[in-house]
Design a protein around this ligand. Sequence first.
Ligand code: 2GW
Ligand code: MN
Length: 297
Amino acid sequence: RMELLEDVSLKRMLYEKPDTLKPPRTDVLLVTPWLAPIVWDGSFNIDILNAQFHQRHVRIGLTVFAIKKYTVFMKPLLETAEKFFMVGHKVNYYVFTDRAKEMPNITLADGRQLEVLEVPSYKRWQDVSMRRMEMIRDHSRKRFINEVDYLVCVDADMKFMDEVGVEILSDVFGTLHRAFWGASRTQFPNERRKASAAYIPPDEGDFYYSGSIFGGTVEGVHKLTNFCHHEMLTDKENNIEAIWHDESYLNKYFLYHKPTKVLSAEYHWENYPGVGTIIKKKRFVLIRKNDTAIRNK
Ligand code: 2GW
Ligand code: MN
């Protein structure tokens, strides 16, 4: 369903007037040069956004892959999602797994459903990670398009620690990587070999986007995942694999298909002790794998 075609009419609401001469944040960039909002705490009023999205009866799909031992991440991820992810909206969790029997039993709030999708696993972890693009693409066409309006595609080794709501939704969105949001172009870990389809020259690139959370409308995500999967197959034929796998192809996509919203690193953080001056909310954080000893990359 297209944003512009929806007929939203709000009720009377009381809130502080936006001040044209006083930006809500002066320490961070709030808009990209192509006029996409960059979502930082303090830059939006969630009540206005919720009122708009409730009127549209928005339905959101959260996709996650739990292949092999990564099923252990489902309990913390889904339990914290029940607390913090799109609370009050209609949510479908789509868990892609090769071990459906290991899915935890979690009580879900009204309007929320868990769908377990059985998929094959790949031998190489690089393929497990990269093939997510193909599977999200295929299910977008087959299924997601009939069931939800937006998709939010996330890594498994993550948990919610604070609110993640409709402020993130847009046609297609990417997220600033926690380690590179202040970095220069040459520091971005983009693919630098010209032979790869993910190649980005050192004098190009806007941001370094994380592979661990992206999304958009089902159509937007379909285009993105289709592109990434194709470029990955091209590289496979040429016996080359991008340095950071799916994340490299994602960064190539966003370079030439600019995202319509960019999430700040609040949405891809690590549970570093304390709260920073810039990162005021740790909304979605990664779980350290060396703590869990389930992975030997
Ligand atoms: C991955 C690496 C080594 C051993 C196993 C796996 C693995 C990954 C697995 O056994 N089962 C599985 O389901 N996965 C899925 O792939 C799972 O959804 C996981 O979150 C995702 C990416 O693997 P992950 O999270 O271990 O890699 P990160 O945290 O280093 O992710 C970044 O880099 C990746 C590519 O190397 C992706 O781009 C990812 O989106 C990035 O956040
Ligand atoms: Mn991860």
